[in-house]
Write a protein that binds this ligand. Sequence first.
Ligand code: NAD
Ligand code: ZN
Ligand code: ZN
Length: 343
Amino acid sequence: MMMEKTMRAAVVTQFRQPLEVREVPVPRPGRGQILIRVHACGVCHTDLHAVNGDWPDKPPLPRIPGHEVIGEIVEVGEGVDYLNVGERVGVPWLHWACGTCEQCLSGWETLCTQQQRTGYEVDGGFAEYMVASGHFATKIPVGIDDLTAAPLVCAGLTVYKGLMMTSADPGDWVIISGIGGLGHLAVQYGKAMGFQVIAVDIEDEKLDLASKLGAAMTVNPRNTDPVGYLQRQIGGAHAALVTAVSPPAFGQAVGMMRPGGTVVLNGLPPGDFPLSIYDMVMRAITLRGSIVGTRFDLGRALHLAAQEKIIPTVHTAKLDDINEVLENMQTSSLPGRTVLELG
Ligand code: NAD
Ligand code: ZN
Ligand code: ZN
């Protein structure tokens, strides 16, 4: 097969500057790697944090972001004998983990200290082609189309795992704070898990979507004090998953708990939020972070989505639109997820 030598890609060359959409060389798959022709790539708020250099460990530049990739294998590198050209795979945030450290061996490959992250330490899917690790690319079940599958590979996986980490039981009240790309999927996963979902967002449009997707209650902190309201209405919720890109939302989620409640942190806005030690101790609140999910979790999240008809609300865009998409996300994103269509 004749391989093209160059491809179009959206490249971060400087933090807080527009990405450059330009021709770059098509990468070559090394040992254990595969080359993928990208069909679709979701735009996650993490990509915007990467472009802005928001986090303490900034990505090395230049960098091609994008970690909600669905594509087709066009070449397999040496040593890959379990995947074939023509197969459709998803490439998640966890590009590679060592497989031998304590975290990897104990089922926590997402915490591997040697891990490489797609679109962060290595190039991602805002491009016509990309290289992935054969062991970390995941086959996508037939019956989920490319545009539907892309947001599940990060947003869906992350909230599936985050909700599992709340340890909530069917029938429990579970708050989803932030109804963006992650949150609108969390409402659907939460319903599928049997929770009574409470949606919290500062934009009514997002709350309308949450109601359509089955949220039992919605709260907009812009016009209602969410802590007082939830305590009065139901005595606080059993758990919360915070995907909001705003530090005050995290403190509010703690305040919205009933005694013994668990707050899981998914959102990654730069910054801190205050915690009352007395309140945490006296009400025995659990607070825990959660980062994406393992390959095992991804398989579960994809199959649950197929079975329960968990469907992302998708807006499509082209690679050339990437700066406009990120600008919209910075100010006020469209309800749902924007997915780049690459062909
Ligand atoms: P998004 O921009 O699509 O959605 C964010 C939502 O938060 C928006 O609907 C916005 O209106 C809402 N929001 C803003 N301020 C709020 C407030 N004070 N209270 C309630 N809602 C508020 O972003 P996304 O792609 O869903 O990502 C969300 C966050 O999760 C980002 O910080 C991203 O980096 C992070 N993330 C974490 C993981 C992980 O594994 N932990 C994985 C993916 C994304
Ligand atoms: Zn993501
Ligand atoms: Zn490891």
